[in-house]
Design a protein. Structure first.
Length: 153
């Protein structure tokens, strides 16, 4: 990855502590309940670097597709990262960062950076739509985490 690789980053503040946001973010088998476009397709792996995720995108600008991602960083309750794609063609690195805010809040930052021969043209063409999807995903995470704080399960 290089500094000039295309990326999307979205930040939102959530009225829930990082531990609650982390639980929502890492309960991969429940993504279909709240995430607008992403779900786990298969069994949830142990959350540790090197674990493989079989993920399904549906209803978003990427169309309906299944892909495999590898967890690269798991630092509860602060950082989750995965990557996947075809190296040198279209490869994405996705990070989710949680920063504690005063008063039991969390600043959530979702960033995906792409590399490869197709990345610049594909992301340039779809950047606005991708950013909109990431904003919607962050809002859905915020809603789910705040709902859990209002009525713990």
């Amino acid at each position: 990855m290089q500094e000039n690789d295309p990326f999307v980053t979205v930040t939102t503040d959530i009225a829930a502590p990082p531990e609650t946001v982390w639980r929502v973010l890492t309960e991969l088998s429940r993504y279909a309940d709240w995430h607008p476009t992403l779900s786990l397709d298969g069994a949830a792996p142990e959350l540790k670097p090197g674990a493989q995720l079989l993920l399904r995108l549906s209803g978003g600008i990427a169309g309906d597709q299944t892909f495999t991602a590898k967890l690269t960083q798991v630092t509860p309750p602060h950082l989750l990262a995965w990557q996947g794609g075809v190296a040198d063609v279209f490869f994405g690195r996705h990070t989710f960062e949680l920063q504690a805010l005063p008063g039991d809040g969390t600043r959530f930052t979702d960033t995906e950076r792409w590399s490869g021969a197709m990345a610049v043209s594909v992301i340039a063409e779809q950047h606005a739509a991708l950013e909109k999807e990431y904003v919607q995903s962050a809002a859905a995470l915020r809603e789910q985490a705040e709902r859990r704080c209002a009525s713990p399960r």
